[in-house]
Design a protein around this ligand. Structure first.
Ligand code: PBG
Length: 335
């Protein structure tokens, strides 16, 4: 090519990429601490922190350590946590009866956090999987091949009421039963909890990316199967329209937030939901999305911090207002 070869271009998009300062000036999407929600795992007793092997840096914490962690998160500027209990296998049974125990681990954890940090927003999961011996989010029929919908919803309403009584700000049904948002809303309202919000896992896919989480709460071990099959209630990853239809039902039934889960592989769903609802949209960057970045960077195949930050800013760019992520603490510390 000759040295005086010149394109006659009116537009040269690279002008706005010449140096860091101009790149920042035109950056469209920023991560903010206020957008991040930290998922946390709690265990009973007074034992040491229990590292979750497949989730580097993530531990199951006893209630005292959990409160300390919440306080550290709050000091860093994180405004909300989502709690998941990992209960002893001896407390699990087919019906998940422990979920009805008014003094169950999760409720004690909520009360302890609220006593120490009343302003921190506490979100609790409404689903039976931490409590069932089979690891499903609901109760099974007699032949054990189907999760019963309406019977499960009745149980979820009871769980949500106990969580409200314990002082949570937001209940988050993650079970994908039909009609549960409306039923939970009615149950809360009729008991005087009209100010407790519902963050609906509105488009939750039957994803293989939940593997490390199931190790963390012990639902995979409980099931005795590596891949617990939740395809009769969670969404088919191939279906976009079905996901949106299910999410809109949650909105009609009274959800205050709509969540998409997982996040990274479903950015198209987040985008579409953001454009079609006026509610806040949350995205859950799940355990497998977190673990894969750790695993590849441990092998030296990916740059850990750059991939972590890119994964999150991409979720923001797709339209998520809030992101549940196991990276919350370190991102808050880095901002
Ligand atoms: C179950 C629940 C799951 C997650 C949150 N709530 C797993 C599942 O559906 O089996 C997954 C979160 C993660 O992978 O980080 N109610």
């Amino acid at each position: 090519m000759s040295e005086n070869f010149k394109l006659d271009l009116a537009r040269r998009p690279r002008r706005l990429r010449q140096k860091a300062s101009i790149r920042s000036l035109v950056q469209e999407t920023w991560l903010r601490k206020e957008d991040l929600i930290a998922p946390l795992f709690v265990v009973d007793g007074t034992g040491e922190k229990e590292p979750v092997e497949s989730m580097p840096g993530v531990c199951r914490l006893n209630i005292q350590d959990l409160v300390e962690e919440c306080s550290a998160l709050w000091d860093l500027g994180i405004l909300a946590v989502a709690l998941f209990p990992s209960i002893d296998a001896s407390l699990k049974n087919d019906f998940g009866d422990e979920a009805d125990n008014p003094d169950t681990l999760l409720l004690r954890a909520v009360k302890a956090i609220k006593a120490a940090l009343p302003e921190l927003i506490v979100i609790t999961d409404v689903a039976l999987d931490p409590y069932t011996s089979h690891g499903h989010d609901g109760v099974l029929n007699d032949s054990r091949d189907c999760v019963l919908n309406d019977e499960t919803v009745e149980r979820l309403c009871r769980m949500a009421l106990l969580q409200a009584e314990a002082g949570v700000d937001i209940v988050a049904p993650s079970d994908m039963m039909d009609g549960r948002v409306g039923a939970i809303r009615a149950a809360l309202d009729s008991s005087g909890y009209e100010n407790i919000s519902i963050m609906a896992y509105a488009a939750k896919f039957a994803s293989a990316y939940y593997g490390p989480f199931r190790e963390a709460v012990g639902s995979a071990q409980a099931a005795g199967a590596k891949q617990l099959d939740k395809k009769t209630y969670q969404l088919n990853p191939a279906n976009r329209r079905e996901a949106l239809a299910d999410a809109f039902l949650d909105e009609e039934e009274g959800a205050d937030f709509l969540m998409v889960k997982p996040a990274g592989p479903y950015l198209d769903i987040i985008r579409e939901l953001r454009e079609d609802t006026v509610l806040p949209v949350a995205a859950y960057q799940v355990s497998g999305e977190f673990s894969q970045i750790h695993a590849a960077s441990q092998k030296g195949w990916l740059d850990y911090e750059k991939c972590r930050d890119e994964s999150l800013v991409a979720i923001k760019r797709s339209g998520a207002d809030l992101i549940l992520t196991y990276f919350a603490k370190e991102i808050a510390a880095s901002l």
